[in-house]
Design a protein around this ligand. Structure first.
Ligand code: NAD
Ligand code: GLY
Length: 366
């Protein structure tokens, strides 16, 4: 059942995000409504393929499309030039023309990789995102950031490339491993902090249901977040202004992720820790009141985060901050919560305070 349609407004490149449950039988008609070419390539990974690829292929075939399927291994390491090149080769060998569409069925890795291939294969073919993780649904499938990693940095090669539409089916989340669900919740908490006090309050009272994969609560969170992301991207597609707010929690989060060489913490987990650290900084600077700070810490501490401070060397985190992609000149940019629902951007925070914030975060996970 389709419950919502939210539009990303980008003039000629505008597109809808469809949200609902058990949507598979509507997918092909949505493709027809959007005039999607009949030649389509479904790209997914080894975990998602046995769960969801066949249903989509059958639907497409039943409606006269000519889909082919490409399955790649799962994991962040697939976001690389080698895999990109292998996909180009596969598309060329199968005779995939410019008048075709790539359908990215999977989490953020598949979305970023297939999106990048779609943006560049024969100077661009159409793209549909069918995100299957909570993180991909609330964040990476919306807004057009696509790309791959370079050995010297994550997401260092990429483009802005908007899809024809985003297909968010909450039913996919039922098979998501708990740790992946938690990662998505990390981004959902971020949306509450940056733009939606009501969502934050909802999370305070409904977190146990979300952690139990309750569809109703997940759908609610999904649509609140998608609405915020759509608004932000519609205002600032290329991150020249307001879109930076989506990086709240990410300056410290990325540094923690990098310090653990992407093995200790997953992105959403690192964002949760980053949100605590950056809220601490905001409170110490007198930007965030103590009550709101404690609400943020309490909410995040109520989550089943497995992180142990002993898994990360504090001395690795600090240099990682200096390598941040969000640097403006020599200063490191922080998006700090001002109160729940609004943020302020600060360029550079005193090193002593950053260290203190990290120590505070670590003290919570002994
Ligand atoms: P992921 O794509 O690696 O998926 C996590 C795991 O869950 C994988 O093993 C996958 O096979 C599996 N999986 C996916 N859906 C499943 C389902 N329904 N049931 C069972 N298993 C399932 O991870 P992710 O957290 O979705 O995405 C992380 C990536 O997203 C990172 O590369 C990050 O850089 C990127 N990202 C991009 C943006 C953007 O704006 N483009 C934003 C945030 C994150
Ligand atoms: N995930 C941050 C952005 O899309 O801008």
């Amino acid at each position: 059942m389709l419950t919502q349609r939210i539009d990303v407004q980008l003039e000629k490149r505008s597109y809808p995000i469809y949200i609902g449950a058990d949507l598979v039988s509507h997918f092909a008609t949505a493709c027809q409504d959007h005039g999607i070419p009949t030649q389509c390539v479904l790209v997914t990974d080894k975990h998602v393929a046995p769960l969801y690829a066949r249903q989509l292929l059958n639907e497409l075939q039943r409606h006269g499309f000519e889909p082919t399927l490409i399955i790649i291994p799962a994991g962040e390491y697939q976001k690389c030039l080698r895999r990109t090149n292998a996909l180009y080769t596969e598309l060329l060998e199968r005779g995939i023309s410019r008048k075709s569409v790539l359908i990215a069925l999977g989490g953020g890795v598949i979305g970023d990789l297939v999106g990048f291939v779609a943006a560049t294969y024969q100077r661009g073919v159409q793209l549909i995102h069918v995100p299957t993780t909570l993180l991909a649904q609330v964040d990476s499938s919306i807004g057009g950031k696509v790309g791959i990693n370079h050995p010297l940095g994550k997401n260092m090669i990429g483009a802005f490339y908007q899809p024809r539409f985003v297909w968010q089916d909450v039913s996919y989340l039922s098979t998501l491993p708990p740790r992946e669900l938690l990662c998505g919740i990390g981004e959902v908490v971020k949306y509450g902090i940056i733009r939606d006090a009501e969502l934050f309050a909802f999370l305070e009272s409904h977190m146990p249901s979300l952690l139990r994969y309750s569809r109703e609560e997940l759908l609610y969170a999904q649509s609140r977040c998608a609405r915020i992301k759509a608004q932000v991207v519609s205002e600032d597609e290329y991150e020249q202004g307001v879109r930076v707010i989506l990086n709240c929690g990410h300056t410290l989060g990325h540094a923690l992720e990098l310090a653990g060489k992407f093995k200790v913490l997953k992105h959403g987990e690192a964002v949760l820790l980053g949100l605590i650290g950056e809220s601490y900084i905001a409170m110490q600077l007198g930007i965030l009141d103590e009550h709101s700070f404690h609400r943020i810490v309490e909410l995040i501490r109520s989550l089943p985060l497995k992180f142990k401070q002993t898994n990360l060397a504090m001395k690795e985190v600090f240099p990682a901050i200096r390598r941040d992609k969000k640097k403006v000149g020599k200063s490191v940019r922080y998006v700090l919560p001002q109160r729940i629902g609004t943020t302020v951007v600060i360029n550079d925070v005193d090193d002593t305070l950053v260290r203190e914030a990290l120590r505070y975060v670590f003290s919570l996970f002994r």
